[in-house]
Design a protein around this ligand. Structure first.
Ligand SMILES: NC(=O)c1ccc[n+]([C@@H]2O[C@H](COP(=O)([O-])OP(=O)(O)OC[C@H]3O[C@@H](n4cnc5c(N)ncnc54)[C@H](OP(=O)(O)O)[C@@H]3O)[C@@H](O)[C@H]2O)c1
Length: 302
């Protein structure tokens, strides 16, 4: 019988790439979606409806499942209003809590829950080099969200389930996410660095991220891991690399922080914060990156 994996958030940027690779490796996929229109049933790929805000889930999604991969969460790349902030936080917490209570109630024999987390758990710093055992924090919105997300994941330990949190960096994909937002203006000759440009950006190529999920899944590895490429870059160098690959000049001075704060509000933290994050822990376990350097990743994607 095929190994069945239950994936939440399977219809998003990371989920689509992960599903494709899992299917090519012969896994059977069940996925949970909050959108009834996204439910489909193809060979080895079956959708189920859930609504974590309303505690609704179809328990049949767990049939034959031993591993759950949790990617669900309302996007942080939206203006942070009181309402959207509450949804960003609760969508992550409620999703894990609903999975937990359903597994507990029905005594489903789940072995491993692997969940997305984010490098936003690390406080903004231009000098620190973050490893997974870093303990400091602050009261910012991003830190609050990610701490609560990882806290909800830890609660699965009480069910005797292995838990793994992947603290994901900026995911580079050709069509979605951060890269098209950065490369679009540069292609149109209006790109420039953001803020001081000194902030560290810990990126990862989508293919390497998918490989990390499969590495963790297939080796049954438990714990907290950074999912970033081994060579983070400063934002000004990120922009320069994109311009070089696209063969475009950079005419304009950096967009000042004050302009970004005005245009994006509190959410400007996403582009202005600095997190230089280490990939050493997962490498020490034998994971091999395909894209170590930003230029190679950009050459492949752009
Ligand atoms: N992309 C990045 O650079 C990055 C970096 C760090 C961390 N992450 C984290 O990794 C995970 C996957 O990232 P992604 O880029 O693939 O995200 P994405 O494209 O925004 O997809 C997330 C998925 O979550 C589901 N979702 C949306 N709102 C929801 C809600 N209110 N309740 C429950 N589910 C909801 C959606 O699936 P349905 O419509 O099918 O329900 C959506 O397809 C996210 O949790 C994200 O925060 C991503």
């Amino acid at each position: 019988m095929l190994n069945t994996i239950l994936i939440t958030g399977a219809t998003g940027l990371v989920g689509k790439a992960l599903v494709k690779e899992c299917l090519s490796k012969g896994f059977n996929i069940h996925y949970l979606t909050t959108s009834k229109s996204k439910i489909s049933s193809k060979k080895n790929y079956k959708g189920f409806y859930w609504n974590p805000q309303l505690d609704q889930i179809d328990p049949k999604c767990f049939e034959g499942v031993s591993t759950v991969i949790n990617l669900a969460g309302s996007s942080i790349a939206q203006r942070w209003t009181k309402v959207s902030k509450s949804t960003i936080l609760s969508s992550r917490k409620n999703a894990l809590e609903l999975l937990h209570s359903t597994i507990e109630t029905h005594k489903f024999p789940i072995r491993h829950v692997i969940s997305a987390s984010a490098i936003g758990i690390y406080p903004d710093s231009k000098t620190r080099y973050y490893k997974e055992d870093f303990q400091g924090t602050d009261a910012s919105f991003l830190r609050t969200v990610v701490r609560s997300w990882e806290g909800a994941l830890k609660s699965f330990k009480s069910l005797g389930v292995l838990t793994t949190a992947l603290r994901i960096g900026i995911v580079l994909d050709a069509n979605e996410g951060a890269l098209p937002k950065i490369s679009g203006p540069i292609k149109g000759y209006i790109g420039s660095a953001l803020g001081s440009g000194e902030q560290w950006q810990s990126w990862i190529h989508i293919d390497d991220l998918v490989s990390i999920f499969l590495f963790i899944l297939e080796s049954d590895i438990e714990g907290v891991f950074n999912a970033v490429a081994p060579n983070p870059v400063q934002q000004k160098d990120f922009v320069k690399s994109v311009a070089k690959v696209l063969k475009r000049p950079l005419f304009f001075p950096n967009v000042p922080e004050i302009v970004l704060n005005f245009a994006l509000g509190e959410m400007s933290a996403i582009v202005l914060e600095s997190q230089r994050v280490s990939a050493q822990k997962i490498q020490n376990l034998g994971f091999e990156y395909k894209y170590h350097e930003l230029d190679a990743a950009l050459n492949h994607l752009l």
